[in-house]
Design a protein around this ligand. Structure first.
Ligand code: OOG
Ligand code: NI
Length: 458
C-alpha cells in the first residue's frame, strides 16, 4: 500500500509557518515587524490598485503575506551537507555563492530556495546559510579548539535524520511523516541559551570574531532573523522609528526608485540575551535581530555591474564626503534608468514576456503575426514584466552582518574564492542565479513566439 506524498511546497509552507511562530515567541520584536509590514502593505495596496494588479498578474500577490527569508550559520562541512538534504525535502536547493570574507566576516554562504515558477509563487521561503571558515581563525590553538568543539555537537535530531533518509529512499514523505519532519527539523533552528563552552572559551572565540563565538558556542545554528517582504520599505522604516524600535540608520541597497530593483533591507539591532555557561555561570550574547526587505527587478550582469559601480560611488570611493549617504546614493543612482522600458531596452534587467489580452485574442482567432518580440510589443500584443529578484546582495549582507557586530570588526580577510571547498562540503554545486533568470526570460520568449507564430501559421 502506498500513501500519497505531501508536495514539497506544502512541507515548505508548513515549516516556514512553524519557524515564524517559533521566532515570534523567541523574539517578540519580530511580531511587531510583521504587524508593521502587514499595515504598510495594506496601505500601499489600497492606494495603488495598479500595483495590486501587477502583483497578481506576476503571481506575487498571494505569496506576499507568507514570504520570508531566514538566516543560519553552520560550523562544519557535515552540518552543511545534512542541511542541504533537509532543505531538499522542502524543495529548496542551493542557489548562488557569497564570499563574505571580503567584508571581514569569516564565512561563505549560499541561499536555499525554491527555483520553479510554481514553487516560487506558492511560497518563496529562503534560508541564507553560512558556513564558518575555520581556516580564517588566525590563532592555530584556537582554531583547533573550535574544530574539536564543533566535532562533537549534533544539530539534527535522530528523527530528523531518519525522515530525511526516508524521503530520499521513497522520493517523498506522506502527510504524517511530513508533519513529524517539520517538528523535528524545527529543533535545529531553535535558540538554546545554555552554551556548550565555558565563559573563558566563549570570550576567546568572541575575541577572534563575534560571529565565531555565535557559531561555535551553542548547541545549534539558531535562526538569527526572519524577514518579511514589504511593498514600501521607507514607510516601514519610518514606522519602526515611530514605534521606538532601534532600527539601523541606513537602508541597505539601492535608493527608492519608481521601478524598484534588486533588494532593499533594513533591520533592528541584534538583541542582547541571557545565556548560561556550564556551572550555572550567567552571561550575555547578541546574535538575533529583525529585518524587513523590499524586492525589485533582478538585474542582468550589465545591470548589476552598473549597480555595483554606482553603489561604490555613493559609498564614497569617488563620491563627495559632504553630502549625507542618502543624498550621495540618490545622486549616484540618477545614472540608473528608472523606467520599465529603459531597463529593458538597455538590457539592465531580466524580463518575463507574455501575451496581452489583445495578443491572446489574436491567438484564438488565428489572426497574426509576422515579426518578432519587439514588433509585437509595439503592437500591444505582448508585454514585458520585470522578473523579481529572488536572491541576496553580498554587500548588503555584509552590511547587515557588520551592523550586528558593533561595527568594530572591519578587518578584511584576504579575498579568496573558496567556492570549490564550499561545494565539496555541500555535496553539490550551487545553482547559478543568473542562469536561472536568463532561463525564465528565454522560456517566456519561446512561449510567446510559439503562440504568435503558431497563430500566424494557422
Ligand atoms: C546572514 C546575513 C545575510 C541578508 O538578508 O542579506 C542576510 C546572517 O547574518 O547570518 O540574511
Ligand atoms: Ni537577511
Amino acid at each position: 500500500m502506498t500513501r500519497p506524498f505531501t508536495p514539497a511546497d506544502a512541507i515548505r509552507t508548513r515549516f516556514s509557518e512553524a519557524m515564524s511562530a517559533m521566532y515570534r515567541a523567541e523574539v517578540p520584536l519580530y511580531g511587531e515587524l510583521l504587524s508593521i509590514v502587514a499595515e504598510v502593505n495594506a496601505t500601499v495596496l489600497a492606494e495603488r490598485p495598479d500595483l495590486a494588479a501587477e502583483l497578481a498578474a506576476a503571481d506575487e500577490f498571494d505569496r506576499l503575506d507568507v514570504e520570508r527569508h531566514g538566516a543560519i550559520r553552520l560550523g562544519t562541512a557535515a552540518e552543511l551537507h545534512m542541511m542541504r538534504r533537509a532543505f531538499a525535502v522542502m524543495g529548496m536547493v542551493p542557489v548562488g555563492y557569497y564570499d563574505l570574507s571580503v567584508a571581514g566576516v569569516p564565512v561563505h554562504s549560499t541561499a536555499f530556495r525554491p527555483v520553479d515558477d510554481g514553487a516560487l509563487a506558492a511560497n518563496p521561503f529562503r534560508v541564507f546559510t553560512s558556513l564558518l571558515r575555520l581556516e580564517l581563525i588566525e590563532d592555530a590553538g584556537l582554531r583547533a579548539e573550535a574544530e574539536t568543539i564543533l566535532s562533537t555537537r549534533r544539530i539534527f535530531t535522530d528523527e530528523a535524520i531518519h525522515l530525511i533518509e526516508r524521503h530520499e529512499a521513497q522520493g517523498g514523505l506522506d502527510d504524517a511523516d511530513a508533519g513529524r519532519f517539520v517538528l523535528a527539523l524545527l529543533e535545529t533552528f531553535r535558540w538554546h541559551g545554555d552554551a556548550r563552552v565555558d565563559a573563558a572559551t566563549y570570550d576567546r572565540l568572541h575575541e577572534a570574531h563575534r560571529l565565531i563565538a555565535d557559531i561555535v558556542s551553542f548547541r545549534g545554528p539558531h535562526i538569527n532573523h526572519l524577514t518579511p517582504r514589504t511593498l514600501d520599505i521607507d514607510a516601514a522604516q519610518d514606522a519602526m522609528q515611530v514605534r521606538g524600535i532601534d532600527a539601523k540608520a541606513v537602508i541597505e541597497g539601492p535608493p527608492r526608485r519608481a521601478v524598484p530593483i534588486l533588494l532593499r533591507q533594513t533591520s533592528f539591532k541584534a538583541i542582547e540575551e541571557d545565556v548560561i555557561f556550564p556551572g550555572e555561570q550567567p552571561g550575555q550574547h547578541t546574535a538575533r535581530f529583525g529585518e524587513i526587505e523590499q524586492r525589485g527587478a533582478a538585474l542582468t550582469p550589465k545591470g548589476r555591474a552598473l549597480y555595483d559601480r554606482l553603489l561604490a560611488t555613493a559609498r564614497g570611493e569617488a563620491g563627495s564626503q559632504d553630502a549625507s549617504y542618502a543624498d550621495r546614493l540618490a545622486t549616484a543612482f540618477a545614472a540608473f534608468p528608472d523606467t520599465v522600458d529603459a531597463l529593458r531596452e538597455q538590457g539592465l534587467a531580466w524580463f518575463r514576456y507574455e501575451l496581452t489580452e489583445a495578443g491572446q485574442r489574436l491567438v484564438t482567432t488565428g489572426g497574426c503575426r509576422a515579426g518578432d518580440i519587439e514588433d509585437w510589443l509595439a503592437a500591444g500584443h505582448v508585454r514585458a514584466r520585470p522578473i523579481v529578484y529572488e536572491d541576496f546582495l553580498p554587500v548588503s549582507a555584509a552590511g547587515i552582518f557588520q551592523s550586528n557586530l558593533g561595527g568594530t570588526e572591519q578587518r578584511s580577510y584576504a579575498a579568496s574564492a573558496a567556492q570549490a571547498a564550499f561545494e565539496a562540503a555541500l555535496g553539490s554545486a550551487v545553482q547559478d542565479e543568473l542562469a536561472l533568470y536568463a532561463e525564465v526570460e528565454a522560456r517566456s520568449m519561446r512561449a510567446v513566439r510559439e503562440a504568435l507564430r503558431g497563430a500566424a501559421a494557422a
